[in-house]
Design a protein around this ligand. Structure first.
Ligand code: ADP
Ligand code: MG
Length: 375
């Protein structure tokens, strides 16, 4: 196709290309009923003139946490005027002022002036309004770990959760969303005893669930018969390997674009291969790059272990020789690798409980080594 054809060609295989966007809210949101229920239970007291229950939402990346919060907030707002739900992306808003500007905007429909007005005035205006209107405020702090770096977390939690001390009748709550189990401990360290949350866990999806979610997404995004179940199965395999549903959604989008750029009416094996070259091991490298020194050390030991059966007990001995780490720190690091879906652990039923766990690497040595070689 010539350049002009590419621009003007108006046949498309995408019914709705936005269905593959990172912030697309799926209409059909399955497998998260119990988590949505748990969130609803936390919100319910706020609808009945009480205080919302604080929650911490935990789960590895792309397990639907952000989607769940946005869905439940939409639902609350459709049904009640008495609760203001404010979703905040902490990756984008890391300061006290930044976060309260978002809350202010949510309530008053415009942002406060960036300069000239002290924080306390903005804070006061928000809380006075909530009390006067007899509304509760729930703030969802998504990817809240970004507040830990700047050491702002405690102040911000304090501002929100202790509003009632200065503003009689203020009813406020926080949902803290975390995609890294390590941060569960960091949260306690960064936010002292004012925050005693309900824990809501988002487990990784199974293969069947991934298949069904991705299939549903193809129905929303593509016209019928654009993609076969065989190709979809392969995409599901890649998704499972990466441990990240976003990889699958992204593959669908890239495959679609490749097929379309060739004016093909369907996605074939070649498009998938090409898409894999482009999106390939990004996710694994990304995960590996995010590891701490200790996590890296532990993973290296696992990768380089020659024998078939590696148990947690013998791994701990190796780890201790290398790093002098305590058993609890070892355990936390191991949990983290499992949480990141780099390894699986399996109980053998023999010996002391934790120590007899078998450690199974979810990737081949080669794959990991390739991604671990730093530029
Ligand atoms: N149960 C589900 N059904 C349909 N799509 C889902 C489901 N869970 C996650 N997704 C999709 O996966 C992607 C990542 O979800 P997201 O809520 O952002 O995950 P998290 O916040 O846990 O990282 C989004 O595109 C979302 O639409
Ligand atoms: Mg998220």
């Amino acid at each position: 196709m010539g350049i002009e054809d590419i621009l003007l060609h108006d046949e498309t295989i995408f019914k709705n290309i936005n269905a593959f966007d990172p912030d697309y809210l799926p209409e059909n949101y399955k497998y998260r009923d119990s988590q949505m229920e748990a969130l609803a239970i936390c919100i319910r007291p706020a609808l009945k003139k009480g205080r919302p229950v604080n929650a911490v939402v935990l789960g590895s990346c792309a397990t639907g946490k952000t989607t769940a919060i946005k869905k439940i907030f939409e639902m609350v707002e459709r049904n009640s005027e008495k609760v203001v739900c404010c979703y905040i992306n902490c990756q984008l808003n890391t300061t006290r002022f930044g976060i309260f500007s978002q809350i202010y905007h949510r309530i008053f429909g415009h942002y406060p002036p960036e300069t000239g007005v002290p924080f306390s005035r903005i804070y006061q205006k928000i809380m006075q309004h909530m009390v006067a209107e007899n509304k509760a405020l729930i703030v969802a702090l998504d990817d809240v770990n970004y507040l830990f770096h700047s050491k702002n977390a405690n102040k911000i939690f304090y501002d929100i959760l202790r509003a009632h001390e200065a503003f009689n009748g203020a009813r406020t709550g926080v949902f803290a969303i975390l995609s890294d189990i390590e941060f569960r401990f960091a949260l306690d360290k960064n936010v002292n005893s004012i925050f005693i949350p309900q824990e809501i866990i988002f487990q990784p999806y199974t293969r069947e669930e991934l298949f069904s979610i991705l299939k549903e997404r193809t129905k929303m995004g593509f016209y019928p018969e654009v993609i076969s179940d065989e190709i979809l199965e392969e995409i599901v395999d890649k998704t499972l390997e990466s441990g990240d549903l976003r990889v699958g959604i992204d593959l669908l989008r890239v495959c679609g674009n490749l097929a379309e750029s060739e004016a093909s009416r369907s996605i074939d094996e070649q498009h998938l291969n090409e898409a894999l070259k482009r999106t390939g091991p990004v996710s694994l490298s990304h995960t590996l790059n995010s590891l701490s020194e200790n996590e890296n050390n532990l993973l290296e030991l696992i990768v380089n272990f020659k024998d078939e059966n590696l148990t947690a007990g013998s791994l701990y001995e190796l780890f201790q020789q290398k790093t002098n780490a305590s058993y609890s720190s070892f355990n936390r690091t191991l949990d983290k690798l499992e949480f990141l879906r780099l390894i699986d652990t399996k109980f053998t039923g023999k010996g002391m409980r934790g120590n007899s766990r078998l450690i199974i690497l979810r990737f081949s040595q080669d794959e990991i080594n390739k991604c671990m070689v730093q530029p």
